[in-house]
Design a protein around this ligand. Structure first.
Ligand SMILES: Cc1cc2nc3c(=O)[nH]c(=O)nc-3n(C[C@H](O)[C@H](O)[C@H](O)COP(=O)(O)O)c2cc1C
Length: 397
């Protein structure tokens, strides 16, 4: 990490003392480390300790250098390649999630647009409190990377989740962030989940997609260094950490709009969403009342997003999915060619351990030259990693 500038934000948690070792390890690995402490953090440990360890002045007060026209929060934000907040208090998470800027650390965060790693640490009940969880979800959705707190004995005398991970683990995570990666500098668009087509204000036509496959692909692409936008229909799980953008949509038409906005600047698109082929022609404005014995819904065809991208495509790598119940390879091959894809991931959703709602999949990847790779049953996370490796190959062809 020789050429890296790392800013550590220390907030007022009991684990603040552990971050001295984090700063020391980062410094030893060659990084230039600066520290901002909140006023409450100085109740737990003195700025002097961090100053000695980092060889840099430690900042606490937003207005300390105002007389010298040195705008500390801007210069510190400009300095950093990465900001680590450790420990991140519940209070800090709440402020960051809502854009509050009432001290040097929170103001610096607002002026910073690169990578942020948060290491929350607190009492288990504080961590599990719906307010804290909601704040963490807001931050995750904004692309902030969050280190899961460890479980064990807490300083408050209880046992549970909320411990700051060990300094070595925090530093490993930072090393991973800076390690060169196969998708570094690539903008990847992933769609996931199932679209929802309104029948009336309370009912819809949906499908069984859980979003798991696409979310795992997005996660793996982030891990491999890509700048990832995840556009998601209905899904049963939380979006992964580290996304550049997370866009939630309902209908196929909304998904199409969002995908088209991102397509031109994307290097690759992986369309794993289960997009409805048809929508209700005229959704009722009011809830449909139970009256006659039969009810007929008129459906109209939705636009075929993948086909449209295949037509618009310049240098983008385009990857599709074929979730079929019969003649899987034939259908997938047809789709691959018709939609101008680079490769297609095909699976028979009737097989046990494959398809919707389960955490495993059994898939094949079919390439334009006709070659087929058949994978045995594996977790969706493992399959995602394989797809991302193939994507990197296709991007370099
Ligand atoms: C002894 C003591 C230990 C504390 N430990 C934590 C902690 O580990 N995590 C946390 O979120 N808050 C903890 N708090 C509460 C925070 O210090 C408090 O919410 C404070 O306002 C945080 O300010 P800051 O986020 O600006 O640093 C602790 C408070 C005390 C008195």
């Amino acid at each position: 990490m020789a050429d890296k500038n790392i800013l550590i934000g220390v907030t007022g948690g009991i684990a603040a003392y552990k971050v001295v070792e984090v700063a020391s390890r980062l410094k030893k690995s060659g990084a230039n480390v600066k520290v901002i402490m909140t006023k409450h953090a100085t109740e737990f440990i003195t700025p002097k300790t961090f100053q000695e360890i980092t060889n840099n002045a430690v900042s606490v007060d937003l207005f300390a250098d105002a007389a010298n026209f040195n705008v500390a929060h801007i210069s510190l934000a400009d300095f950093a390649d990465l900001i680590l907040i450790a420990p991140a208090t519940a209070n800090f998470l709440a402020k960051m999630a809502h854009g509050i800027a009432d001290d040097l650390l929170t103001t610096t965060i607002l002026a910073f647009d690169k990578k942020i790693l948060l290491a929350p640490s607190m009492n288990t009940k504080m961590f599990e409190n719906p307010a804290t969880q909601a704040n963490l979800n807001i931050l995750k959705a904004r692309g902030v990377q969050i280190l899961e707190p460890a479980s064990g004995n807490l300083a408050c005398g209880t046992v549970g989740k909320g411990r700051l991970p060990e300094p070595a683990e925090i530093c490993e995570e930072i090393e991973k962030i800076f390690a060169p990666k196969v998708l570094s500098g690539k903008k990847i668009l992933v769609t996931a989940g199932g679209t929802v087509e309104a029948i009336d204000p309370v009912r819809y036509i949906g499908n069984r997609s859980s979003g798991r496959m696409g979310y795992e692909i997005a996660k793996s692409a982030v891990k491999n260094g890509a700048e990832v936008t995840l556009i998601s229909g209905k899904a049963e799980i939380e979006p992964p950490n580290g996304l550049k953008h997370f866009v939630k949509v309902e209908s196929a038409l909304e998904m199409r709009n969002e995908v088209l906005k991102e397509f031109e600047t994307a290097d690759a698109v992986i369309m794993s969403a289960a997009v409805a082929d048809y929508r209700v022609k005229t959704p009722a404005a009011q809830k449909i009342k139970k009256s006659s014995d039969n009810l007929t819904l008129e459906l109209v065809k939705n636009p075929d997003i993948l086909r449209e991208l295949g037509t618009l495509k310049k240098n983008q790598v385009l990857v599709g999915f074929a979730a079929e119940t019969q003649n899987v390879l034939d259908y997938a091959n047809k789709k691959l060619v018709e939609k101008n894809l680079n490769f297609i991931v095909a699976n028979d959703v009737t097989l046990e351990g494959a398809g919707f709602g389960v955490s495993t999949n059994i898939a094949s990847i079919i390439w334009r030259d006709g070659s087929v790779e058949n994978f045995s049953k594996m977790s969706k996370a493992e399959l995602a990693e394989k797809i991302v490796q193939r994507l990197s190959k296709a991007l370099n062809q």
